[in-house]
Design a protein around this ligand. Structure first.
Ligand code: ADP
Length: 421
């Protein structure tokens, strides 16, 4: 089976977000972690999303990783390519959106692509080339203070032009609102005018579907997960994708557990809620730092619990406690130490027969997936917006829900397991 849509995502949770959108629109999606091995089996997926960590790498490394992912996708007969980045266009004047897009264009031998980070459902809209976050310009939003990719200019034509060698044009709101035909003719005009990139406006989901339709023949599309909304329909029209969505998801039977390393408000609320119903064990970073073997303690505790019920192992603490730990150990050291402990807990729980695991926290999820040596995830049904159940594809088979800290309703943990048969 060949891949209809092959995507390269510049971070892990962004890849999941895109995969989740494609599954909701009727595709079978697999998320691959890092540049895939030559022999990786992606099963019957028709969308494959390679999750890189290239957003804040030096541009040369981001290009190298992206081209390696592209070569893997090309070798598997991929029809259309997608470069996924954040809906707030996270980048610097050095890159990496522009340089990666141009490297991919060259490798695909194409002279025109679009850039559309709009995600109206999440308040990211693009009007006359200007990106809004909620009701403020990107440059007035919290993104202006981002530690790695501060966004101080909301005019994306200007922002992208600073990162690219070739000229950047605009498909403005008026053209997008006119529908797919009008967008296609805007593309032709820009191409004829020598533009290689087009920022494309969108303030609503119907706009994104128009853009999807108009982009059926583009070899490469770049943007947020929103602009992927209309792409599966193109494959359906071409008879390459079945009319109805098929969710073919099987959670292996086994024990259920939650590992939480996120200290976000949402996750702390979810922990408090779950603690009313199930047993929990705290991994305290201060005790870890003092040399106590909290991982062994947690695993011994887990073994003694009722195997019929979910268990919760967490390090999450409120901001005051986190601050104290960080002051004592340093922010990075504290984070890495806790991530390492939770990752070893995940491996130990797997060995105890846990086959259904929810992980809270982006970095924590990355550490757990590494420890379990998961090469790829098949995307299943959505639990809450942006968080699907997934099935691991490596030798260790388990159902994983990887939740970015702030996502999910208060009853997320128990609700996740209730969805599984
Ligand atoms: P989120 O998705 O909410 O950002 P992450 O897992 O990405 O969650 O980040 C949380 C970070 O905080 C991780 O590096 C984790 O190891 C660290 N951490 C977890 N618990 C504590 C704690 N009690 N004190 C200090 N740092 C912690």
């Amino acid at each position: 089976m060949s891949i209809l849509l092959g995507a390269i995502a510049d971070d892990f949770t962004g890849a999941t977000d895109l995969a989740n959108t494609l599954v909701k629109e009727g595709m079978r999606a697999v998320q691959v972690i890092g540049v895939p091995d030559a022999d990786l089996d992606f099963g019957d997926a028709n969308a494959v999303i390679v999750a890189l960590k290239s957003r804040t790498e030096p541009p040369a490394e981001a290009i190298e990783d992206s081209l390696a992912a592209l070569a893997w996708l090309k070798a598997r007969g991929t029809r259309q390519f997608f470069f996924k980045y954040c809906s707030t266009f996270d980048s610097t004047d050095a890159g990496n959106i522009g340089p990666v897009a141009e490297a991919l264009m060259e490798a695909l031998d194409t002279d025109f692509t679009i850039a559309c980070p709009a995600f109206p459902a999440n308040g990211r809209t693009l009007f006359n080339g200007h990106l809004f976050v909620g009701d403020v310009l990107l440059s007035d939003s919290g993104m202006k203070n981002h530690p790695l990719t501060p966004m101080t200019d909301a005019n994306l034509v200007r922002v992208l032009a600073r990162q690219t060698k070739k000229p950047v044009g605009l498909v403005p709101y008026a053209a997008v609102d006119g529908g797919a035909e009008s967008i296609r003719s805007a593309y032709s005009n820009l191409k004829a005018g020598g533009f290689a990139h087009a920022i494309v406006d969108a303030i609503s989901d119907p706009h994104l579907r128009f853009i999807g339709e108009a982009s059926a023949d583009l070899k490469l599309i770049t943007g947020g997960s929103g602009v992927a909304l209309g792409l599966p329909e193109n494959f359906r029209k071409q008879g390459l994708l079945q009319a109805s969505a098929t969710t073919d998801f099987h959670a292996p039977p086994g024990r259920t557990a939650i590992i939480a390393g996120s200290c976000s408000q949402a996750t702390r609320g979810q922990i408090a809620h779950a603690q009313k119903h199930i047993a929990s064990f705290l991994i305290d970073p201060m005790e870890l730092a003092a040399g106590q073997d909290k991982v062994a303690e947690a695993l011994a505790w887990a073994r003694a619990q009722n195997a019929e019920l979910p268990i919760l192992i967490y390090s999450s603490a409120d901001p005051e406690l986190v601050k104290q730990v960080q002051e004592k150990l340093g922010r990075e050291k504290a984070g890495a130490m806790v991530e390492d402990a939770l990752a070893r807990v995940a491996l130990g729980l797997y060995e105890q027969g846990v086959r259904r695991l929810v992980v809270a926290g982006g970095e924590t999820s990355g550490a757990v997936v590494n420890a379990l040596q998961v090469p790829a995830l098949r995307i299943g049904p959505e639990i809450d917006p942006g968080v699907p159940w997934t099935e691991t594809m490596g030798p260790k088979k388990l159902a994983l829900a990887l939740k970015s800290g702030n996502f999910g309703t208060q009853d997320f943990f128990l609700k996740s397991f209730a969805m599984l048969s």
